[in-house]
Ligand binder design. Structure first.
Ligand SMILES: *Cc1c(COP(=O)(O)O)cnc(C)c1O
Length: 396
């Protein structure tokens, strides 16, 4: 047998973490890494948060899982908390981001089809978007590399350029059900939707009775310096998918919707065996206990601003490597003038700093939200050393 026991769909690197301590990962052979990837925006509280560990341990001993055939005091409590914190009136829990987006897609279609508008099924989505790896969510993305080998795609998605409001308006037709967008593209390269663009989408949705669906799987749960990124546009979506940070490392996602948007999601229309089980609910309660308060959120904003300010100063020293700093809160990107992937590997292998490469020649910086000044200083030591001794592959 030549195939590995772990299906070889990831080009995995040599770092093999076995333990986490706050903002550091320790691998099999004892090497310590500073973690500015945080499981791709998942480990909001770092790796050894006592509140999160305690909540999971207590709940595991009490009750881990029951079927959604039974009443869920745990699910009701967390759903109410999310309703109180957001635009939403109702919440469906999932186990992942892709499933949260799937539920959002179904909710948007059902909004129209529940009323008998069977032709209105198409979502307008955006070039270089990332919504997950299920059939519907790869179909929602324009990225050919994710489609290859998996044809046919699910019908009902139309791609337009991110930021091009006129193209969106031109794409609206009799089949249009709504828009599905990441307010800040993550995998696409920390591209922040402009105020004008996002507000324009809200206005078009209102004008044509369309669902505005936000994929906040990566931007959500304080990552961008507000509980959700939509708050920074002074508007609300109709439907929102969230996951990554929500469980702080425990697999959990959710689809949030207004009462109006969820009118088609009636008994028997959707489900999930694990979705919203007591163990996942306990993890998310502990995450919200830590992050869902103005003091913590203001701190994330302040740390994001300090990090960004220092990055802007720093890149001035290396104009041949870096073009600009972009992002919101602690979801930051360094747009590079060289390939970001080999630089990310250099930081990882030679300076024990973990970051994430993204599209549009961007290096993503997604630290745990609990980073302190000491970790920010350590980050700049490693980044400076890494930039100083970096030789781009194509630099002869
Ligand atoms: C990661 C991500 C997803 C998919 O989440 P999974 O948990 O991997 O299924 C969807 N949308 C966005 C914006 C993401 O960043």
């Amino acid at each position: 047998m030549a195939i590995s026991a772990l299906m070889p769909v990831y080009p995995r690197c040599g770092v093999r973490p076995v333990r986490g301590e706050h903002c550091h990962l320790i691998d099999e052979d004892g090497t310590r890494y500073l973690d500015f990837a945080a499981g791709i925006a998942v480990n909001l509280l770092g790796h050894s948060h006592e509140g999160l560990i305690g909540a999971i341990q207590r709940q595991a001993a009490e009750l881990m899982h029951v079927s959604n055939l039974y009443g869920s005091p745990q699910g009701e409590h967390l759903a109410q908390r999310l309703v109180d914190l957001t635009f939403a009136d109702t919440v469906f829990f999932t186990n992942s981001g892709a499933e949260a987006v799937e539920c959002a897609i179904k909710t948007a279609r059902a909004y129209h089809q529940h009323e008998g508008n069977l032709d209105r099924f198409e979502l307008i989505t955006f070039n270089n978007a990332f919504h997950g790896r299920t059939m519907a969510t790869i179909s929602a993305s324009s990225q050919e590399k994710m489609h290859k080998g998996f044809a046919p795609m699910l019908p009902g998605f139309k791609y337009v350029e991110f930021g091009d409001l006129a193209a969106v308006e031109a794409a609206i037709g009799p089949h249009t059900a709504g828009f599905l967008i990441e307010p800040v593209q993550g995998e696409g390269g920390i591209r922040v939707g402009s105020q004008e663009f996002i507000k324009g989408l809200r206005a078009l949705a209102d004008k044509h009775d369309l669902m505005l669906v936000f994929d906040e799987v990566q931007t959500g749960v304080v990552r961008t310096g507000t509980f959700y990124a939509y708050e920074q546009y002074d508007l609300a979506p109709d439907i929102l998918a969230t996951a990554k940070g929500l469980g702080g490392g425990f697999p959990l996602g959710a689809c949030l919707a207004t009462e109006k948007a969820a009118r088609g999601m009636v008994a028997g229309t959707h489900g999930s065996t694990y979705g919203g089980n007591p163990l996942a609910m306990a993890a998310a309660e502990a995450v919200l206990d830590a992050v869902a308060n103005e003091e913590f959120i203001a701190e994330v904003r302040a740390k994001g601003e300090r990090l960004r300010g220092r990055l802007e100063q720093f890149i001035g020293n290396y104009p041949e490597l870096f073009e600009e700093v972009r992002g919101l809160g602690l979801m930051l990107g360094l747009k590079m003038k060289v390939e970001p992937r080999p630089f990310m590997q250099h930081l990882r292998d030679n300076h024990q700093l973990l970051t994430v490469a993204a599209g549009d020649a961007t290096l993503r910086l997604l630290p745990p939200l609990v980073i302190g000044e000491a970790e920010i200083d350590e980050f700049f030591e490693k980044l400076s050393a890494g930039a100083a001794d970096y030789v781009p592959e194509n630099a002869g």
